[in-house]
Design a protein around this ligand. Structure first.
Ligand code: ADP
Length: 532
């Protein structure tokens, strides 16, 4: 018993899970729609059928009435009583006519205009059939009113409209009644004649039709609809399952895998394309992360190895205080570099994870840059490089002064570092339409085209050549900072460089009050960034 309860519970859980699936929901929608349409169509057909059956019964009663009124029934005075009676005129030897009259007499009522049943001359009994007596009776008052109504409505040569009623007998069988007025032989008095026909057969036809449709056709069609829907939905969802399986095979260790396209050009192909692009981006950031950890370990290992080497040598070979001092001095220099790297990395990761909040104020970039240019005059002179600043006024931007200074300082120190003696470094700031442009330009060694796309990557340094300063001097993090600062201020940076001729960095920031840069600027930047 306990086992059965557990099985039931499991079955219920499976069903619940299946009912949440897309295949189930698609099938349910399809089958539901199908059933609604089917029930609608069937109901329409039933209404049509019922209408047709009613019309047939009505027409048959109309025909009976015409025959009755035309020649078969007469209301005439009886021989001795003087009262009017219902006379039947037909050939009693003709079986067809006899059957017809017998049929008509089955559901029949003939009364005078006051609602009193008159006598049948043939049977000498009241002209009200047993079946009619069993029906809901016509009250004399109703009959009187109908007769008056009929007489009023009938114009000369034109009869009034008959009264149609549906009545049930004590067993519940339904009858259609047609009541109208007939005049006596001399058109002196109107008589009420109600003629009926059984609708039992019609009701039976409709009942059988309903049973067949609602107990057979609809459940069968629903089942079929569900089955077809289930199969169609299954077929439609197979590619989705394939895509999901292919996506499951892609893990962190095989990000190179792609979901194969079906080349159907449909929504699913679009989904696959989107998926593949997402995996591409994921792969790129995985690669970057790996590269970054390799670079960090490498960068940290070099000074650590240096420190260790110097201390070991000092321990083994140094004899004098002077030699120890020299070893410690060298070790301290390496420690300085180590802490520089760690500090820069920390700052960069804080910046990129959004922990470094910008303190934006309205700045005139022209003034800020002029101050910076002045600070750089002494190192420029020391390097034998001419530094000129051309900063227009009213270059207003909403920016964090510290970060903007860091950005320009990085660019200026790079320019000075990579420009040989006798060269020139130019700093320019000018307001443009909706933006402010800052240019740092030098006549230094330039950057080869193949390195240009990587200079903003962390730790990327262009391998040094000839007399140029050793790349180890820098950390390779300066331009990463510059790029983050520009991005954080909704700006763009473009670089143009020719080896041996010089480099030009152009930064465009939105002018104060503008949330974003004009489109023209972003397009220009994307065109120039990778140009040599
Ligand atoms: P670093 O701290 O080494 O200067 P950066 O990220 O600032 O690192 O620069 C990355 C590399 O880009 C530099 O190593 C250098 O090779 C190259 N670079 C940057 N600015 C210039 C420039 N003005 N002229 C030539 N090369 C440059």
């Amino acid at each position: 018993m306990r086992m059965r309860a557990r099985d039931l519970y499991r079955l219920g859980r499976e069903l619940r899970r299946a009912s949440r699936g897309l295949r189930f929901r698609l099938t349910a929608t399809y089958a539901g729609l199908f059933v609604v349409l089917l029930v609608g169509a069937v109901w329409l057909a039933r209404t049509q059928l019922s209408g047709n059956l009613d019309t047939l019964a009505t027409e048959s009663l109309d025909e009976d009435w015409t025959a009755l009124k035309g020649s078969i029934l007469r209301i005439e005075p009886a021989g001795d009583s003087g009262e009017n009676e219902a006379w039947w005129q037909y050939d009693k030897d003709d079986p067809d006519e006899t059957t017809f009259v017998l049929d008509i007499k089955k559901v029949l009522l003939i009364t005078d205009s006051r609602g009193q049943v008159i006598q049948d001359h043939e049977t000498q009994e009241p002209a009200e059939s047993t079946i009619y007596q069993d029906l809901t009776p016509d009250r004399p008052a109703d009959i009187q009113q109908r007769v008056r109504q009929w007489v009023k409505a009938s114009k000369p040569g034109q009869a009034g409209r008959p009264f149609w009623m549906q009545k049930r007998d004590s067993k519940g069988n339904l009858y259609l009644i047609r009541a109208a007025v007939m005049w006596d032989e001399h058109r002196r008095a109107p008589y009420y004649v109600a003629l009926g026909t059984s609708l039992v057969k019609n009701e039976e036809i409709l009942r059988r039709y309903s049973v067949m449709i609602f107990a057979g056709v609809i459940p069968g069609a629903t089942l079929l609809g569900w089955l077809v829907g289930w199969l169609v939905a299954g077929r439609a969802l197979t590619p989705v399952r394939d895509v999901a399986q292919a996506a499951q095979r892609i893990t962190g260790s095989n990000l190179g895998l792609r979901i194969p396209s079906r080349h159907a050009g449909d929504e699913l192909d679009y989904l696959i394309l989107t998926f593949n692009r997402m995996i591409e981006r994921l792969e790129a950031s995985f690669r970057q992360m790996k590269q970054f950890s390799a670079d960090v370990s490498h960068e940290l290992r070099t000074p650590i190895t240096g420190i260790r080497g110097q201390l070991e040598v000092a321990l083994m070979t140094a004899g004098t205080t002077e030699q120890y001092r020299e070893a410690m001095f060298n070790a301290l220099q390496d420690i300085d570099r180590l802490s520089q790297i760690v500090r820069a990395l920390l700052l960069l990761s804080q910046a990129e994870s959004g922990q470094l909040a910008l303190l934006k104020t309205r700045l005139d970039l022209g003034l800020v840059l002029e101050d910076l240019a002045e600070q750089f005059q002494i190192p420029a002179e020391g390097a034998g490089v001419r530094l000129s600043a051309e900063c227009a006024r009213s270059c207003f931007v909403d920016a964090d002064r510290v970060q903007i200074e860091r950005m320009v300082t990085n660019l200026l120190s790079n320019a000075l570092k990579f420009t040989p003696e006798g060269g020139e470094v130019r700093l320019r700031a000018q307001p443009l339409d909706g933006s402010v442009e800052v240019v740092v330009e030098d006549t230094g060694r330039g950057i080869p085209a193949k390195d240009l796309p990587h200079i903003f990557d962390r730790f990327y340094r262009v391998p040094g050549s000839g007399t140029a300063p050793a790349p180890e001097q820098g950390l390779g993090l300066g331009l990463s900072f510059v790029s983050w600062i520009v991005k954080a201020h909704n700006g763009v940076i473009a670089v143009r460089s020719a080896p041996g001729e010089g480099t030009r960095f152009t930064i465009t920031l939105p002018a104060a009050g503008a949330a974003a840069l004009p489109e023209r600027v972003t397009e220009d930047a994307s065109q120039t960034t990778e140009l040599a």
